[in-house]
Design a protein around this ligand. Structure first.
Ligand code: SF4
Ligand code: SF4
Length: 125
């Protein structure tokens, strides 16, 4: 499962970011969200939510002893932020202080998808 994005429906309200940070850190703090919305200049570009695509290799995260994809998918906070960001092909890992935040799908019940008021976020297999 992964979070699927339809940027044509995104209004840039940032409710998804607020929800993710609240669920995982108890604070409203954009830097603590594993989904980030690149706000576009609407004269010539759309807003673009970005989140981990749950790719099969997850090679960006495989350097800290956790080798099974099930383990990798469950962790939200990670160390060694810079190198992992470089290694993610999709630019979907985000720094939060000296840590990294990674979408863990809220353990199987993605809160950002439920909170998005426009249907810009959905689920894909
Ligand atoms: S909650 Fe939905 S509409 Fe709002 S910024 Fe996030 S993806 Fe876009
Ligand atoms: S599914 Fe959960 S962890 Fe992933 S971006 Fe959405 S709220 Fe954050």
């Amino acid at each position: 499962m992964r979070v699927k994005i339809d940027k044509t429906k995104c209004t840039g309200c940032l409710i998804c970011e607020v929800t993710c940070s609240l669920v995982h850190s108890g604070q409203v703090q954009r830097e603590a969200s594993a989904i980030r919305v690149k706000l576009g200049h609407l004269d010539y570009e759309r807003h673009q939510p970005v989140v981990c695509r749950q790719c099969k290799k997850m090679s960006c995260l495989k350097s800290e002893g956790m080798e099974t994809n099930a383990d990798l998918r469950q962790a939200f906070f990670w160390s060694n932020a810079h190198q992992r960001q470089v290694d993610c092909a999709f630019g979907a890992l985000f720094a939060h202080g000296d840590q990294l935040v990674h979408c863990n799908l809220c353990g199987g019940d993605p809160e950002c998808v439920k909170s998005c008021p426009t249907g810009a976020l959905g689920l894909a297999a």
